[in-house]
Design a protein around this ligand. Structure first.
Ligand SMILES: [Zn+2]
Length: 287
């Protein structure tokens, strides 16, 4: 026999009014399952107190880069050019969740998420983490940790989707998501208005101009991805609050959690799907 849950006072996961955890519908805002089956508190605590998403993404990127290097001894010993110093091999990157190319041809949709945390050289990861450390904390402070996660990963999806459809070249890197942060903060500043908003808008416009100028000057940069990420970030910002410090509801927190879980699961899926082709020496679909 199922044991009845002990009656407790909890905060509604949507409107944050005090309610009983026994309520099926919030008496204040009408939300269904206002305690999220007991997970309302932990979800709120995760994004309010526990999770620093900028550190999480930095740590994950560095760890994955180190892992990709460990799997690529041959390329490390004889880099083809200066920009290739510290470059993992293409096979290892496919195994870890690179998008485009064979992964896209095989229909590995999850690589639209995993590719954002992979990098192809020391310079690549260094520059991207510099941008992440500059734009990330600002986004978290203005919009909140869950909205930052959503903006970063969905901009990455938008950028990689455009580049996979238009150019199809194998691609990785945080820069699609980072251009999304720039586009998102630019639209945020424009909608917010006032002196601060206008300054934010022009700063982001300047950053983006610098970013695009550098991108076009360096060979093998995914310009389609950057453009797609920037446009996606702009579009997403219209669905977000136009003023800073707004409470993050359970919808955006659940979406952010789902994106993080799907990304983590995606790394496992890539290993699973690419392992056999990797061993056989070619990049062909496992199934
Ligand atoms: Zn409520």
């Amino acid at each position: 026999m199922a044991k009845a849950r002990e009656s407790r006072a909890v905060l509604c996961s949507k409107c944050r009014q005090l309610i009983s955890n026994q309520e099926k519908t919030c008496p204040h805002c009408g939300a269904l399952q206002p305690d999220l089956f007991g997970y309302g508190g932990p979800l709120r605590a995760l994004f309010r107190d526990s999770l620093d998403p900028v550190n999480l993404l930095t740590g994950a990127s560095v760890t994955l880069y180190a892992g990709s290097l460990l799997g690529s001894f041959e390329t490390l010993l004889s880099p083809p050019s200066l920009l290739d110093i510290g470059s993992p091999s293409g096979k290892v990157l496919y195994l870890m969740g690179m998008t485009g190319g064979a992964a896209w041809a095989c229909g590995h949709l999850w690589t639209l998420l995993t590719a954002s945390l992979l990098h192809g050289s020391i310079l690549h990861i260094f520059f991207n983490l510099q941008w992440l450390r500059a734009l990330g904390p600002m986004t978290v402070q203005l919009l909140g940790p869950a909205r930052f996660v959503v903006l970063f990963f969905l901009s990455g999806v938008g950028g990689f989707l455009l580049s996979n459809v238009v150019s199809g070249t194998p691609t990785i890197g945080a820069s699609c998501g980072l251009f999304g942060l720039m586009g998102g903060l630019m639209v945020f500043g424009w909608r917010r208005g006032g002196t601060i908003g206008a300054a934010m808008k022009s700063t982001m416009l300047k950053y983006a101009a610098i970013g695009f100028a550098i991108s076009f000057a360096i060979p093998n940069v995914n310009n389609w991805g950057h453009a797609g990420g920037f446009l996606a970030g702009m579009a997403i910002a219209f669905l977000m609050p136009k003023f800073e410090g707004r409470h993050e509801g359970r919808g955006v927190q659940l979406l952010a959690l789902a994106l993080l879980v799907a990304t983590a699961a995606g790394f496992g899926l890539s290993v699973w799907q690419m392992w056999a082709p990797f061993q056989n020496g070619g990049a062909v679909c496992a199934s």
